[in-house]
Design a binder for this molecule. Sequence first.
Ligand code: 7RM
Length: 667
Amino acid sequence: MTTTTPATPNESPTRSDVSHDAIENLSREDRAFPPSAEFAAQANATAALYDAAAADRIAFWEEQARGLQWEKPWHTALDWSGAPFAKWFDGGKLNVAVNCVDRHVAAGHGAQVAYHFEGEPGDSRDITYAELLTEVCRAANALESLGVRAGDRVAIYLPMIPEAAVAMLACARIGAVHSVVFGGFSAEALRSRIEDAQAVLVITSDGGHRKGKPMALKPAVDEAVAASPSVRNVLVVKRTGQDVEWTDKDLWWHDVVDAQPDTHEAASFDAEHPLFILYTSGTTGKPKGILHTTGGYLTQVTYTHRTVFDLKPDTDVFWCTADIGWVTGHSYVVYGPLANRATSLMYEGTPDTPHNGRWWELVEKYRVSILYTAPTAIRTFMKWGEDIPARFDMSSLRVLGSVGEPINPEAWMWYRRVIGGERCPIVDTWWQTETGGIMISPLPGVTETKPGSAMTALPGIGAQVVDDEARPVGNGGGGYLVLTEPWPAMLRGIWGDNQRYVDTYWSRWNGLYFAGDGAKLDEDGAIWLLGRVDDVMNVSGHRISTTEVESALVSHPSVAESAVVGASDDMTGQGIVAFVILREGVDPGENVVADLRNHVAHEIGPIAKPRQILLVAELPKTRSGKIMRRLLRDIAEHREIGDVTTLADANVMTLIGQGLDSANAED
Ligand code: 7RM
């Protein structure tokens, strides 16, 4: 089936050498899926939200904020006089943990499950809101007993276990600022984050279960803490029972926390009191500590979680598969779902342990109704084949979400058909660590969706696609995604380096937040994300996004996943080099590379035809599943491989390097 057809011709004489689009619009998508009448009739969101936000944006956000429990109301909804440093709900006071836990128990929902926890080895545990309250109170008391005070920083380095959420909520409850570091990041990555934030406490575990084995965490902490004078104590959760070294800063979580009183009086904090720091690696230089505060953040994650996922607290089982080390885990495993009194599934392990159907087994077991995951996972399941999910009863699913990368139209269609049984709306949600919550997404029951498009800015959010001079590109044009209005969950700065905040996000164009992503508008004004602008390729003066070439490759029935980079080329400036993973069972026969090159030329135009296609078994990815094209560029340009500290699996680069010697497909 032809899924994409060439867009506006770009062969006209005036455009043949130098394109005037900041990024070209090459693909076209004609499939669209309107909401069903049944879904629309019960949806949390209605089109009226767009009207309300357009009529008075600030009043709209105030309305959303009123859904939370405030100890003291705000006097100023938005103070933007210190732009780009925002203050939302200034003068207001609240406690985030009280909003996420106590108020639901007080309203009579203590017996409702907050988390169904499933460990990788198959151990499971249900935690009700009443139990969560007890745990959070004990942990808050424990932190205070260790001298942790409001404003102090606490590093959290844990696997996906309930204690991770408890630790975050305990910090929030006492006004301490958490900095979650991915379990699995190196000792040095942990150390530099501890140092930057001057953390006084580290919360970790002996290890976690990953791919059928206990994976140690404590040794990395030992190494990091030995070089971190700011750390007074290390609180260690016993998860795997594996042997650990012990230092005089170390304390067992069960010794300290279990001995505490199970109530804790929560103070309220200013709406602009810091809630967390989360480090993003960025492309160059030292990681940026993205700072988020309480009132605006909680308002936006609660609102987006309710409307984008259509959350019904009494009946839904929500599963966001993200790790808490990623912002998605903060906003949609912990704060948004809990503030909305959701019942969530939390799963410790990987999708292929002990078998490739593990996720679908969990959907069946817990009757998961809303699934939120990343395109990388969907493409992996496509590779494994649709007979695997077919073995499970997934009729409970009713909404599907995607986040983290552009979702290729064919992956979207597969997700819809194979996982969603053709009945579930898909929400492709664009946002960043920096935005704190979802910004661009369809609203299920309202928006007619198109496979591969995040569609439009949510009510209350201002987004545009602009050219180099910040002029809106108009429908059919490609350029840079910018945010035009401050939003409640926006970052409040970079920890310890506010100049870098201004320089990175606010200096390219006056008054516009530059997200760093390329995007285009289709003829209806729907937004299509085109990947990071650093990855845009320049082929004979044509600015081509990696996303469109990758999507063209993934639309070939033999391809599961691909990553495309621009490598320097004597003739064209840059040439397109594609790394391709075939679907399982596809014979990498003689013609596959030539077929794929022609397929791309046919789908989006000859200018996008890859110079070289390399068949590989794996791609380098971050722990949240984003493809690290920078490393592939190093390979394509025969350079030494650069910084690999955020790579999920260090062996991947060696594997790809070996594959290259035997699979050079240049012609
Ligand atoms: C939530 C998250 C942010 C970057 C962002 C984009 C990319 C995220 C989408 C997406 C296309 C999406 N935070 N991104 N979601 N691209 N469509 N729906 O991922 O800070 O880790 O990354 O991720 O490039 O700028 S993040």
